[in-house]
Design a protein around this ligand. Structure first.
Ligand SMILES: [Zn+2]
Ligand SMILES: [Zn+2]
Length: 347
């Protein structure tokens, strides 16, 4: 039963080991100042021993150092490999082989920015993923803060969009949400909120888009696990297992703090949080929000309930893959992983 307490953290951040602007030490210190519980850094292509050495506890912050790899040697389709020690074993393999090997090594693969992002005037061209691999991958970025912001940029509104990025976001891509819902009718594919932040300096305007700490107060993935114990290996494996099992929701904390939010199913044997797969069905689905919001319950990709409220209940839910979306004054705020009710698990 979820208590409403979560471990919250930022996923997909670049340091100056690849094309980010900050030293890892500074990125870590920004995450500490923002009060994160965990931080997942993923530089491009390489994970060398000197990078991996940063993995571990830094005060109250747990740092996981993964790597953002290319699905294919040429092309701009990326994925995150988490819980691996080095990029070396995966060099020269096909995408399917990489996924298989990462899974065998106990790591987790997360498809990065699958909605794509095409902005020729900023020299950004990431293609949309039209098909997802048959092989074992564990999750995908459903909402990527920087991609969402860049997609919405208009030359005529740049100043306003820089000053108030949160209200120029559209939220997760609608086609991607539909694809995610379809995948989750058969097997659990976890969704996460990510940043893909490089904290790039834009000399023309003399600004940084966006400083690390600034984004560490925004789109975070809140994982429903017990607090970290200090045993680094166990904490990392618990964190990555929970993320890849979909035991999380992701929310823009700058819109409102989501602490206390709960989406759970009640069945004969108690309450079950996000990520649960209840073959035997459920008596009710419940949503509790710390604030009144525009709440939407989605089943198999279709909206089944929508209301401006702080709580919602669906009794005797018919079988399906359910998730929740919440907006505040029209701004995208919080998105949960699925709870599957009364459906056989295919894999
Ligand atoms: Zn990328
Ligand atoms: Zn990236």
């Amino acid at each position: 039963m979820p208590t409403g307490k979560t471990c919250r953290g930022a996923i997909h951040v670049h340091s100056n080991y690849s094309d980010g602007s900050g030293r890892v030490e500074d990125v870590i210190s920004a995450a500490q100042t923002a009060g994160l519980d965990y931080l997942i850094i993923t530089d491009h292509d390489k994970l060398r021993p000197e990078q991996h050495a940063f993995q571990g506890r830094h005060g109250n912050l747990l740092v996981v150092y993964g790597v953002e790899m290319k699905a294919r040697m040429f092309g701009k389709k990326h994925f995150l490999a988490l819980g691996v020690d080095s990029h070396e074993p995966y060099r020269g393999l096909t995408f399917a082989e990489k996924l298989e090997r990462i899974d065998r090594d106990g790591g987790k693969s997360i498809i990065a920015h699958p909605a794509g992002c095409f902005k020729p005037w900023l020299a950004i061209a990431h293609r949309r993923w039209k098909r997802f691999p048959e092989g074992t991958f564990h999750g995908m970025e459903i909402w990527t803060y920087m991609h969402d912001w860049v997609k919405g940029l208009r030359l005529s509104r740049l100043r306003e969009q820089y000053r108030d990025p949160d209200h120029s976001l559209g939220g997760p891509d609608v086609k991607l949400l539909a694809a995610w819902d379809a995948l989750n009718r058969k097997r659990r594919i976890a969704g996460i909120g990510s940043l893909d932040n490089h904290a790039r300096h834009v000399p023309l305007f003399g600004v940084r888009v966006f400083p690390y700490e600034y984004l560490f107060r925004r789109l975070l993935t809140h994982v429903e696990i017990e607090p970290f114990t200090g045993d680094v290996a166990k904490d990392i494996s618990r964190l990555l297992a929970a993320i890849s099992a979909g035991r999380s929701y992701f929310a823009n904390n700058a819109i409102a703090p989501p602490d206390g939010f709960r989406f759970f199913a009640e069945s004969g044997d108690g309450g079950h949080g996000v990520g649960a797969w209840l073959n035997g069905g459920a008596q009710a689905l419940r949503i509790e929000s710390p604030c009144v919001c525009e709440m939407k319950l989605v089943r198999n990709g279709e909206t089944v309930m929508t209301e401006v409220t702080g709580e919602m209940e669906l009794r005797d839910p018919p079988p399906g893959a359910y998730r929740v979306e919440a907006r505040l004054d029209g701004a995208p705020w919080l998105f949960t992983n699925h709870i599957n009710v009364g459906m056989p698990l295919v894999t």
